[in-house]
Design a protein around this ligand. Structure first.
Ligand code: 1CP
Length: 337
């Protein structure tokens, strides 16, 4: 039987609102923090099949959710291309210098070999899902290119012109990244992922006139590849504002995940029925005022009442979120219909 997330996205059914959260595994859950304390090296943790499976299933044990998202990271792709990737406390990811020839010449077989534990982890999760969806994911080409060239979070330091300077490097790198995203997604699907989300967390940093070059066209290639596997794809080009409409008409994802800056009414009217996911500002969940959480949640539920809508947030669950708040939010969504 098809899971509820796919019924909503593929059949555009509106009678049931599936719910899951970006970043639902990890960060804010005490049972994750417990595991993390004992596993100082984050990359190593992301390469431990038993722990991948355990962490992926943690939110499903606690909450009434419709999907699991595999515990991994978008930076596993640069790592597997041979770039050094470290996660430093209080700083975030720190990447090593790019050795273009090594990266371009990375053999796909070697790339996959380094990621085998991820696929093993997915296989372990697959049999414990009780009919729920398993979301595999990858970073979008632009967001990965940005981390690889910037070598740290653009939150700390970002200059578009600096990134955009070396066109030769960019073209070679983007092509390789696209190919490796497709390969990584294929392997996740083979292992048991039955829906894919593409995170373009930093699409909003692109100047508007560069969106086609760096965001739409490279993402379209990945999306077409995923569609050819008959697996639905959700895209999240965070922060692009009005360009969400151009994004959807060019890339045509099966579902579009909106961030908290997008006006839900406006986008619903613009999209001609493409299923929509998310929107609610994760910062609202830090509020102790339950009525405010309820009001904001119901606003999304009312707007998308007769529209194929997947409940989610406008970005990931923040580390400071109390698990009780997630529980409360799920109840509101479940009691709505
Ligand atoms: O220090 C720690 O404990 C590690 C924190 C952590 C975790 C739990 C990182 C480092 N990554 C993850 C897991 C992760 N990352 C998941 C798995 C499941 C889940 O949390 O539910 C997923 C889906 C991601 C995706 C990811 N990683 C994105 C896209 C989504 C988003 O939030 O925008 C991005 C941008 C990353 C990069 C990354 N990895 C980790 C951090 C701290 C960051 C962000 C750095 C930055 O601000 O630039």
């Amino acid at each position: 039987m098809k899971d509820t997330l796919r019924i909503c996205i593929e059949e555009k059914k509106t009678s049931y609102i599936p719910i899951w959260f970006m970043r639902q595994a990890g960060r804010y859950l005490p049972e994750f923090k417990e595991i993390r304390k004992k596993n100082i090296n984050f990359i190593k943790l992301c390469l431990n099949p038993n722990l991948i499976a355990e962490i992926t299933l943690q939110p499903l044990k606690r909450f009434d959710l419709d999907a699991a998202i595999i515990f991994s990271d978008i930076l596993m792709i640069p790592y597997s291309l041979g770039q050094k990737v470290e996660f430093k406390k209080g700083v975030g990811p720190v990447l090593g210098d790019i050795e273009l020839d090594n990266i371009i010449n990375t053999d796909p077989t070697d790339f996959i070999k380094r990621l085998l534990p991820v696929y093993k982890g997915i296989e372990k999760v697959k049999d414990n899902l009780k009919g729920k969806s398993l979301v595999g994911f990858a970073g979008a080409p632009w967001t990965l290119l940005l981390y690889m060239l910037n070598k740290e979070s653009p939150k700390n330091n970002f200059n578009f012109d600096k990134i955009n300077k070396n066109k030769f490097l960019i073209n070679k790198l983007l092509k390789k990244i696209e190919e490796m995203i497709c390969l990584h997604v294929d392997k996740q699907i083979e292992a048991g992922a039955n829906i894919i989300q593409i995170f373009d967390s930093w699409a909003g940093l692109l100047p508007k006139n560069e969106l086609p070059n760096y965001c739409y066209i490279p993402t379209l290639k990945v999306v077409q590849h995923i569609k050819s596997k008959k697996i639905p794809v959700i895209c999240f080009p965070k922060g692009i504002g009005e360009s969400y409409v151009d994004f959807c008409s060019t890339v045509k994802p099966d579902c579009i995940s909106i961030d908290y800056e997008v006006d839900p009414k406006w986008i619903k009217d613009k999209l001609n029925g493409t299923p929509i996911q998310g929107g609610l500002d994760p910062k609202i969940l830090l509020d102790d005022d339950k009525e405010r959480i309820k009001k904001n949640t119901e606003n999304y539920l009312n707007i998308f009442k007769d529209y194929p809508y997947v409940f989610n947030l406008g970005h990931g669950v923040l580390p400071e979120t109390k698990p009780e708040t997630i529980e409360y939010l799920i109840k509101i969504v479940r009691n709505k219909k």
